[in-house]
Structure formats: structure tokens, C-alpha cells
Design a protein. Structure first.
Length: 291
């Protein structure tokens, strides 16, 4: 039996860590499976370097290459544009060039931050992008490279990710709530918090369907960071901590965020029959898992 390989780049990150587990449970259901799952992170491959990235990918000859690596510090990207583009855009280009050598399918994880948030209803896959910040622009460029260079490409745009294995809004709120009596949270950005385990399952399903093109994937229902924060505290029994709603302007973060970036996930439903559960249900599961 010939070995077939799925290579995940960025495997030690928040999404990568959950994705690896899901891929093992779906593609390597028993030890006789023809599939091998390879887990690479920056210690194994630095996607900023073209030559080594292409050569290394080529030597392992994956059939599917999932790029979940990224420079994901949205505010950090503002003061470090060069690095943001080196990882999120040029890095994707180098991965794509490696994939072309082995005729591999490429999966790239992109973001709602490619949109400007002026639309008043959920964004469709073919809505025109207009990123407001460096991170969004670098991810949009990464999408373009993936599309231009690779024939079989799957781009998954997601948003407001949280999970067990990385810094994120949920763990940050829980940490702050242990130390403070009052928190200030922005109430003028609307989106859908997405659990990395749920997203990982969708990635696996889309691979089984051999899906191509762009898909929006997020947990169902919408909220602001403020209402998300309220739910986190309530479900964690920390309602004694007061939250004050503030504006993005008051918070004064370096990167401008879209005021509304809800993703329309109907295409996912049409192709796979799947719709992700409401974010509040996913959040409950996540909080139970970290208790
Ligand atoms: N988090 C979100 O809310 C969100 C929303 C939409 C889309 N996304 C996208 O989803 C993907 C996964 O996000 P995440 O939150 O799981 O990110 P993450 O936790 O920051 O993980 C990214 C991983 O990539 C690695 N990496 C960084 N630079 C690299 C390089 N030059 N070569 C190889 N590996 C490198 C990182 O290693 P180090 O930790 O050592 O740097 C880390 O292990 C990213 O592409 C991100 O843009 C995220």
C-alpha cells in the first residue's frame, strides 16, 4: 500500500494543534491506514525561506498541504509589516511553489479581516475584499498567491478563533477576570466567535469532499466582543466581575478592525450539509474542556 501524506505547517499553533488531533481521528482511523499525517512547525520549516521550504516539501511529497502557519498578532503586524507579509503572503507563496512540485492540494486558512466591515449583512465568499489593516492585507495577498499558483486550492476564511492551545480572547478574559473587578470590552465590532475544534472538523470534512475554492466557516450566531465577554464570565460563574462596554476608539488598538465581519456560511451547508453550532454552545464545551 502506497503511503499518502497530509502535511500540516503551523502544527503547534492554536488551530494546528486541534487540527492534528482531528486529522488523526479521521484519516488514520487504524494503523493500517494508507494516510500519514506530518506535523511541521517553525522548527521544522521556516516558510519565509523559499528555497528550503520548496525543497523540503518536495522531498516529503505530500498529497495534501495545509498551511495554518501565520504571523497572527494583528496589532503587531501594524509595526512589523515586513514580517507580516514575509510569513502570511510570501510564506504562502513558498508553500504553494513546493505544492506545485508535488501536485499537492493546498489548504490556506484566511480571515474575515480581508473585509472592511461596511456591509450590513453576512459576507459571501465572492464579496470584494478591502482589508483595513496590515494583517488583513497580508492574508489577502496570501490568498492571491495560493489561487494564482496552485490548481487544487481550498481557502477557508474564519474569524474570532479560540481554542485550548493558544493565546486568545477567551483565555485572556478568564485571566483578567481572576485579577480585576472591572473589565472594559469593545462593543462596536460584530462577528462570530469560532472554536478551533469545530473549525478543524470542518477542514477534515471539506477534505473528504475534495472541496475547492473559497469557503466561509464560523460558528453560528453573532455577537460583539462585549456580549461574548459577558457569556464567558456567566458560563464560568464569574458574573461578579463587571464589564464596561467601550468603543474601539476608546481602546485605541494600533490595527483598525472591521465593525461588522460576520461570514455567511451557506456555501459550506450547500456543499457538505454542515452548519456549525451556535457559538454559545461551542463556548460551553470549550470552557468544560479547560476546567
Ligand atoms: N486566530 C484567529 O482569530 C484567526 C482568525 C482567522 C484566521 N486565522 C488564521 O488561522 C491560522 C491559524 O491561526 P492560529 O490562531 O492557530 O495561529 P497561531 O496560534 O499563531 O499559530 C501559528 C503557527 O505558525 C507558526 N509560524 C509562525 N511563523 C512561521 C514560519 N515562518 N514558518 C513556519 N511556521 C511559522 C507559529 O510558530 P510560533 O508560535 O513559534 O511563532 C505557530 O505555531 C493562521 O493562518 C491565521 O492567520 C486565525
Amino acid at each position: 500500500m502506497e503511503t499518502r501524506r497530509i502535511l500540516v505547517i503551523g502544527a503547534k499553533g492554536m488551530l494546528g494543534s486541534d487540527l492534528i488531533k482531528v486529522l488523526y481521528s479521521t484519516f488514520r482511523t487504524d494503523k493500517h491506514s494508507e494516510w500519514e499525517v506530518l506535523e511541521w512547525d517553525i522548527d521544522d520549516i521556516d516558510i519565509r525561506e523559499e528555497k528550503t521550504t520548496v525543497t523540503k516539501i518536495e522531498s516529503f511529497h505530500p498529497e495534501i498541504l495545509i498551511n495554518v502557519a501565520g504571523y497572527t498578532d494583528v496589532d503587531g503586524c501594524e509595526s512589523n509589516e515586513k514580517e507580516a507579509f514575509a510569513v502570511n503572503a510570501e510564506g504562502m507563496k513558498h508553500v504553494a511553489l513546493g505544492a506545485v512540485k508535488c501536485r499537492a492540494k493546498v489548504v490556506y486558512i484566511s480571515t474575515d479581516y480581508i473585509f472592511d466591515g461596511k456591509k450590513k449583512e453576512p459576507y459571501l465568499e465572492d464579496d470584494p475584499p478591502n482589508p483595513l489593516n496590515v494583517y488583513g492585507r497580508s492574508k489577502w495577498k496570501g490568498e492571491q498567491y495560493a489561487r494564482e499558483l496552485v490548481e487544487d486550492v481550498l481557502i477557508i476564511r474564519t474569524q474570532w478563533l479560540y481554542g485550548r492551545y493558544g493565546k486568545n480572547f477567551v483565555t485572556s478574559i478568564l485571566g483578567q477576570a481572576r485579577e480585576k473587578k472591572v473589565l472594559s470590552i469593545v462593543n462596536d465590532q460584530i462577528g462570530s466567535p469560532t472554536y478551533s475544534v469545530d473549525l478543524s472538523k470542518v477542514i477534515s470534512v471539506l477534505l473528504k469532499y475534495d472541496a475547492r475554492g473559497v469557503f466561509h466557516v464560523a460558528n453560528n450566531d453573532l455577537c460583539t466582543w462585549y456580549t461574548f465577554g459577558q457569556a464567558i464570565l456567566k458560563l464560568s460563574g464569574m458574573e461578579r466581575v463587571k464589564i464596561i462596554p467601550i468603543s474601539s476608539k476608546e481602546l485605541g488598538r494600533p490595527a483598525v478592525r472591521p465593525p461588522y465581519s460576520v461570514l455567511n456560511c451557506q456555501k459550506l451547508r450547500q456543499v457538505t450539509g454542515m452548519m456549525l453550532r451556535p457559538w454559545a454552545d461551542a463556548l460551553k464545551d470549550f470552557l468544560l474542556s479547560v476546567r
